[in-house]
Design a protein around this ligand. Sequence first.
Ligand code: RRO
Length: 328
Amino acid sequence: MATLDLSVTVAGLAMNTPLYNASGVWCTNTPQLREVLDCPYAGAVVTKSCTLAHREGNPKPRYRSFNGVTGSINSMGLPNNGVMYYIQAAQELAPHKPYFMSLCGLTREENLQMLSTLQHDVGAHVPIAGLELNLSCPNIAGKPQIGYDFDAMDEMLRESFECFDRLPVGVKLPPYFDPAHFDAAAAVLRRYPAIRWVTCINSIGNGLLVDPLAERTLLTPRSGLGGIGGASIKPTALANVWSLRQRLPDSVDVVGCGGVARGVDVFEHLLCGASAVQIGTLIRDRGLDQFRVVTDELAFIMRSKGYTRISDFRGTLQAAEPEEWPLE
Ligand code: RRO
């Protein structure tokens, strides 16, 4: 049997498999980051989005899954250990695979301060592979998602690249639901050739889950509103991966995120043009061994189709054949 090559690159950084954790899942502290780094079926790790200072986040309950891995809702509220913690974690862990830091300052000044620290105060020996600017946290009261305000996003990126240029940078985008918004987001992103990847998508913001027996919301913070993840968001995630892949130059990788419960979901993300695929709800609810399960399923699909490497099928999605007698 031909050996399979599952290796990919994101921003030119080599990964032995296309899978890694979604930011926020299994990546808040050093032991969790170490576990992802030690997992042979994860090709990289990305940290929990961080702020300048440690944050406790929103009151609990702030995370619930529903129907197995069909869905999750969270209003974590950016609980994290602060930017210095994740810089030190990189140093301590000495990762042998890409270690991405996710940044999500509460204000513009906070983002610029974190970037300035990373630009000037972190030695070249600290093994951070790249930075992801989270433009799409849905869960902070009074802080709208910047990815939905194209002027603010443009301004944020302009200021960020004015003060930071020493590592590859990517952005985490919110889901878009209209082709005009894919166009507008891509137009902003194309203005910044330094952007090396976009991760699509963050959770679908401000869903509401109701416990009909208790007649209460499932979550406590923000009247129960929270970001929706899990299998039910796959169609939106795939639409975003595909649409941004079509609109961005080849120098920008698209990292898929959203709706991965099985290997076939990863296969679909890759067909839509993803360079790598992150897993959130499944790992959060069922554990890191799911990287192995999903990889085995992806490998089975590739073998059965005669593919030996990801580039054999990545981005090759075709339109449905027109039907002579459509059923609908
Ligand atoms: O911490 C959170 O509440 C959170 C963040 Br920063 C994010 O980007 N996406 C999400 O679903 N939750």
